[in-house]
Design a protein around this ligand. Structure first.
Ligand SMILES: [Zn+2]
Length: 424
């Protein structure tokens, strides 16, 4: 254990315990007495409930398989179906009715577990055919969605989830301290979501709008990610304003391009000093081509209007896109709000971050650009960074790790005023 982490471990104070009691109480499950007797510790242990990850949205057909027995429980905890090891189970939904191996049932939700615990392989039917089976740890909760299809939620232990996310969100060649910083950021983000989405059906999704997760990864990157999760187990990034400590929603993106941006533009919930942005960073210069600097990228006004209106139907009332301009910038000059002008002097405003994702986030790589309107063409140039630019800059994290900075130093740099503490 490094000196930094000994310090972190030692600040697991009574104040933290009190905070844990309040802030995380609803996420904690108490192990049964039997479990406590069997464990090496004589004390009853507490643990966090698992993370609920939406891995399938409005799916019509999917398969489960495990090397062990799979059990299917209804919402009362009664087992109504069981497989032999390696037997594939086919699930379909038609007109809101679930069929398991062709047998219809009137239930609206069920839970799938492997007994004894083993990875469960999931394959889903997509528009272009069946997806490759992915191995997931933990269990699944499946339920009928509003669209009369099925949502599939993987329920996974927090540290296993963190390792799974790190394995997908990090570049395999990154330094060990970067892996550890990523693990703490991914854990903090997940716990923050778990706190704020208690009453919802899931805590996180498995894509880029949340944290990328695709179950278990067993190659070298997966092993390094698991090591990083273990090394930093339970450590989260918190902000304490002197009244109520809170877990920081530790956003991260590929490269900030020179300066991080404020989370406050997305709403008041994250308007706290660690997410205020304005952290200067040229460590991400080492990022691959088109990550630190990008452009020019050219669109026509017609194409922009079609793409933006496709995701925001109310904008069709503009009739046609006649012009665009940046009407609000951050203190550091980063575009924040764009105005779209239509027929008859009508106009609508959008966050530039939303605007670029309507076009193509892999072309318009960040909201930090210069925009020129030339006749019918709109040219985005002098682009800086890749991603939303909030919080942790991942290539900056790697740049700092290569210079010998620790995970704790890196996180304190990108989340100013935050502290690392053990949540459990
Ligand atoms: Zn950066």
């Amino acid at each position: 254990m490094s000196k930094t982490y000994r310090v972190i471990a030692s600040i697991f104070s009574s104040r933290t315990a009190a905070w844990l009691g309040c802030a995380l109480a609803s996420l904690v499950i108490i192990h049964s007495t039997a479990h406590a007797k069997n464990s090496s510790s004589s004390n009853t242990k507490t643990a966090l409930r698992g993370v609920r990850v939406l891995v399938g949205r409005n799916v019509e057909a999917f398969n489960f398989r495990s090397a062990n027995t799979l059990t299917f429980e209804n919402i009362d905890g009664e087992i109504f179906h069981q497989t032999t090891p390696n037997q594939r189970v086919r699930i379909r939904v038609m007109n809101g009715e679930i069929k398991i191996n062709g047998v219809a049932d009137s239930m609206v939700a069920f839970i799938v577990r492997s007994l004894p615990d083993a990875p469960i392989k999931l394959s889903m039917r997509r528009k272009r055919g069946w997806s490759e089976a992915i191995s997931y740890p933990g269990s699944f909760r499946c339920f009928i969605s509003n669209a009369k299809k099925i949502h599939i939620v993987n329920q996974v232990e927090v540290e296993t989830y963190v390792a799974g996310v790190v394995a997908r969100e990090i570049w395999p060649t990154f330094a060990p301290q970067a892996y550890r910083a990523q693990a703490i950021a991914s854990r903090s983000f997940a716990l923050c979501q778990m706190q704020h989405r208690q009453s919802k059906e899931w805590d996180v999704t498995d894509g880029q709008s949340s944290q990328v997760y695709a179950g278990l990864r067993e190659d070298r990157t997966g092993r390094l990610a698991t090591q990083a999760a273990k090394y930093t187990e339970g450590i989260v990034c918190i902000y304490d304003d002197g009244t109520a400590p809170q877990i920081v929603r530790t956003y991260y993106s590929a490269a900030c391009g020179g300066m991080t941006q404020s989370a406050a533009i997305f709403g008041p919930a994250d308007d706290i000093p660690p997410l205020a942005g304005g952290v200067s960073c040229d460590y991400c210069k080492i990022a691959p081509r088109n990550n630190y600097r990008w452009g020019p990228v050219r669109y026509t006004k017609q194409v922009i209007f079609r793409l933006v209106a496709a995701r925001n139907p109310s904008l069709r009332s503009l009739g046609k896109l006649r012009n665009l301009s940046i009407i609000k910038r951050s203190a550091q000059g980063r575009p924040v709000t764009i105005r779209l002008y239509g027929d008859d002097d009508q106009h609508e405003n959008m966050l530039v971050e939303q605007f670029r994702l309507c076009l193509d986030g892999s072309k318009l790589r960040s909201s930090d650009f210069r925009m020129r309107v030339v006749g019918d063409a709109v040219i985005f140039e002098n682009g800086r960074g890749y991603g939303h630019g909030l919080g942790l800059c991942q290539w900056g994290m790697e740049g700092q790790a290569r210079e010998g900075k620790s995970a704790a130093e890196i996180l304190r740099y990108y989340f100013p005023g935050s502290l690392l503490q053990r949540a459990y």
